[in-house]
Ligand binder design. Structure first.
Ligand code: SF4
Length: 246
């Protein structure tokens, strides 16, 4: 593919299944594209004389509400299912503990049924969630234990403000690197709603629950059509605040 992101020509090679494909099968493509976008965004802030302050061992942002797509939830569930027994039990225990804390705080219902049609509810819900200080079940010694397979939204989150500010984030104290395209939110839009399978985001912390209670729908589009839709959404968003042309 030959595309332009923020005016910069980018050449990417992708492998796409020709036949019917689930969005999940295209996650490696979405991850690669996200990494390319993040690289461009990083170069841009460096040109402005800033630098990325995120570093290994700082997991403050891993206590935030992370929105993921249903495809990513199924992917994470599969990842956990493939872990060695002991590790799997530990991770599942962390997910279950987090669920209990959310229930006790009265946030579980809202997280199970957020307004998926818009990001409207995300901010106040995100603040209440962060207030609980629940670490992501994949966070180990303040580092991501699934770094290579981490969700798209995690890849897109980088800051240039002092790392310690992330422990008490405010709009003024934390400066996120602006992404010229948000592949994570486009991925959430690519899933078509169907009975028992709502489109839109869901919280990472409920990924295993979600995958357990929502069977994966059969593929309903071919790989190339999904890719076309992906770039059409990205280009549409670029007309408002981003820059992606295909
Ligand atoms: S998946 Fe990894 S990067 Fe994302 S919130 Fe969890 S620990 Fe942090």
């Amino acid at each position: 593919l030959q595309i332009k992101i923020s005016g910069e020509p980018v050449h990417i090679e992708i492998l796409v299944p020709q036949g019917p494909a689930r969005l999940r099968e295209l996650l490696p493509v979405l991850e690669g594209l996200t990494d390319t976008v993040v690289e461009l965004a990083t170069r841009q802030v460096e040109r402005e004389g800033k630098s990325i302050t995120c570093k290994k061992g700082c997991g403050a942002c891993c206590r935030q509400l992370v929105p993921i797509s249903a495809a990513e939830a199924h992917n994470l569930a599969e990842l956990v299912g493939a872990m060695p027994q002991r590790r799997q039990a530990e991770v599942r225990h962390r997910f279950a503990e987090a669920r209990e804390r959310l229930e006790a705080a009265g946030l579980l219902g809202q997280l199970q049924n957020p307004d998926r049609s818009s990001g409207r509810e995300l901010r106040p819900l995100g603040l209440s969630y962060f207030g609980l200080g629940i670490a992501c079940p994949f966070l180990e010694e303040e580092s991501c234990s699934i770094h290579r397979e981490r969700p798209l939204a995690c890849r897109e989150y980088l800051v240039t403000s002092p790392a310690e500010n992330c422990a008490r984030p405010t709009a003024e104290s934390v400066h996120c690197v602006p992404m010229p395209a948000k592949v994570s939110s486009v991925a959430q839009k690519l899933e078509k709603p169907r009975p028992g399978y709502a489109a839109g985001w869901l919280p990472l912390i409920l990924a295993l629950d979600w995958a357990n209670t929502h069977a994966e729908p059969p593929p309903n589009r071919s790989g190339p059509i999904l890719i076309k839709e992906l770039f059409s959404h990205l280009a549409k968003e670029s007309q408002t605040d981003n820059r992606v042309d295909n």
